[in-house]
Write a protein that binds this ligand. Sequence first.
Ligand code: ZN
Length: 252
Amino acid sequence: MYFDTHCHLNSDELYVDHDMFIKNALANDVRYMMVVGYDLTSSKRAVELAHEYDFIYAAVGIGPNDCKDTTDQDLNIIDKYLEDPRVLALGEIGLDYYWDDVTPEKQKEIFDKQMILAKKHQKPVLIHCRDAYEDTYDMLKHHGHPGVMHCYSGSVEMAKRFINLGFYISLAGPVTFKNARVPKDVAANIGLEHLLIETDCPYLTPHPYRGKLNEPANVVYIAQEIAKLKNMEIENVASATTFNAKKVFGIK
Ligand SMILES: [Zn+2]
């Protein structure tokens, strides 16, 4: 069985047909899904979905590309959601210097404040990091609170530094892309005990469905590619990554 540790059934693209996407996932033996928020609306939907289905869990948070106008009042709402037992993580949060809609200073402020909330509630963080590895590393080291590097796209060396901070490395669709040397290197060289799998749907659709809308059922293709790169059975990748996900999220 598979655990899609980062999906956006709460996005406008997938939410309208979420029943169908959930059925497709179960048909592919994707038995657990973590629905991840990135703003207040998507966080609210994540919580609602987690209450509707017992195999869906929620993460709530305000992401680096959506925090331009975030206030302390907004963060109080996130704080409240974190009291919910169906909310197992805070995310996605982090830094994204690829897009410049939000200044690095504002991104850091909101990231920092949410790290404090995660520690308060003792829930792991789901980190979005794009073109901001050193600053993200410094923030996580400073707070000393663990979680997941979501849709990890950095180097093997950097991955090892995050693992030393207590983080899992989560691989998504790019590992299946033919020209994606770096994520394939990470899949081959980082031990299975540190890895998670995710779709990050509706984005980053894996090969062979690139160009189509992504959905949780496709997490199987991420596992398949990791198995190929590690020269092992897909069942081993499925069971190890599901075990790791349950461990980090505290699921019995
Ligand atoms: Zn995401």
